[in-house]
Design a protein around this ligand. Structure first.
Ligand SMILES: [Fe+2]
Ligand SMILES: [Fe+2]
Length: 130
């Protein structure tokens, strides 16, 4: 389980809220795994996680554009790479080719938390210096 706290703040309420929703979707997914949910349920939980991730990335990209963040290109690539990895999990889970494991969940959790703390924080620093 992952809990949002101020360490994840990027000094923008809308984005902080989106990150919290992302954590909730991730926690729901983890909870499904913990409770041995059916493949069908896990499919729905990963759909939800992918949906929140895409929605958030799209909004964040608009925000970075709006503030003229110079590192946007690299940031977009990071988002794209993650989406393609998670979409690969998504289809494998649905086809029954991948058993959702703690490793899968941890990969997603570590990526998201690292990304917020290292990448997302960069536009927060940029805005603060503007
Ligand atoms: Fe983000
Ligand atoms: Fe990001």
């Amino acid at each position: 389980m992952i809990q949002w706290n101020n360490e994840f703040s990027v000094n923008n309420d809308a984005i902080d809220n989106e990150h919290q929703s992302l954590f909730t979707a991730l926690n729901d997914f983890y909870e499904g795994l913990r409770q041995n949910a059916s493949r069908d349920s896990m499919g729905k939980l990963i759909d939800n996680l992918v949906f929140y991730t895409k929605t958030h990335f799209a909004n964040e990209e608009i925000y970075m554009q709006k503030i003229g963040f110079p590192g946007i290109e690299n940031h977009l690539n990071e988002h794209r790479e993650f989406i393609s990895k998670v979409e690969a999990f998504q289809s494998k889970i649905k086809e029954g080719k991948l058993l959702v494991s703690v490793e899968v969940t941890n990969f997603i959790k570590n990526w998201i938390t690292n990304h917020i703390k290292t990448q997302d924080k960069q536009y927060a620093v940029f805005v603060a210096q503007k």
